[in-house]
Design a protein around this ligand. Structure first.
Ligand code: MG
Length: 259
């Protein structure tokens, strides 16, 4: 056997040896997944009694902001004191002489249910027709307006984030019929310097139709000028008494759930 043959045999023997070692080395096989391995049971979500579908009542854990009786959950935005809008027949109507009203309580993130009605005899055009609004944390307006056969700038339409984001649809009921807003709002998180780390977000459902789908709110909803970012904490819900000369709108059945 010459030198080359010896070396070839040695290399072959070494390969066999490595192969044998590789066969001997056993690792555990990945455990077979069973359904229970990706299921957990705690903590259990709290049990809520939902509102009654016939009477349109609030869920059991909601904070009632208006149940048809009085405005005790609200105050005047003009330095406090009673909210002096007109309560009648289980609803309340904007009193334009008395200015905006605010909830007494402040909120962070929430789910808000609020029903509103434009009077049948409404007059006016564009922004001067049933104008009001729901201000989230007293900072960001979701527009209320009679947009039934009434055109206006689209980022000021019913369900717009006022002067920012137009609604995805116009789902208005005609004057004299009740409209329903369900608003899901996520409060912002601020950096030390007062800018948004996470901006506020809002989903608006109007009469069962999505108008805002987790829309990013860019800042305050200014009538004149662009949005401003102002650092804030928990805030009240504000309802707008707009200065337009049209007949005032009414509200009923208002409740909120903190999230
Ligand atoms: Mg408004």
């Amino acid at each position: 056997m010459n030198f080359t043959m010896k070396m070839t045999l040695a290399a072959f023997a070494c390969l066999v040896c490595v192969g044998a070692n590789a066969q001997e080395k056993k690792y555990p096989e990945q455990e077979r997944m069973r359904p229970g391995m990706s299921e957990y049971w705690t903590p259990q979500p709290k049990v809520i009694t939902p509102g009654d579908i016939k009477t349109n009542s609030a869920p059991s854990d909601a904070i009632i902001l208006f149940d048809g009786k009085d405005l005790s959950a609200w105050e005047s935005a003009r330095g406090g004191g009673p909210a002096e809008w007109d309560v009648h027949d289980g609803v309340f109507t904007v009193n334009k002489k008395k200015g905006d009203i605010l909830t007494k309580q402040s909120f962070e993130s929430f789910q808000l249910h609020i029903e509103w009605c434009v009077p049948e005899n409404i007059t006016g055009t564009s922004q001067g027709r049933g104008n009001s609004g729901v201000f989230l944390q007293d900072m960001y307006e979701i527009q209320i307006l009679d947009c039934y056969n009434n055109e206006t700038y689209v980022n000021g339409q019913t369900g717009s984030v006022y002067k920012q984001t137009p609604p995805l649809a116009n789902a208005m009921r005609k004057p004299g019929e009740w409209n329903v807003y369900d608003i899901i709002y996520t409060a912002p998180v601020f950096k030390e310097d007062g800018t948004y780390r996470v901006p506020p977000h809002v989903t608006v459902i109007h009469n069962g139709v999505v108008l805002q789908n987790n829309t990013t709110i860019l800042g305050t909803t200014e009538y004149i000028g662009f949005p401003k970012v102002k650092k804030h904490g928990a805030g009240k819900i504000r309802l707008q008494s707009h200065g337009d000369p049209s007949e005032p709108i009414s509200f009923r059945n208002i409740w909120i759930r903190e999230m």
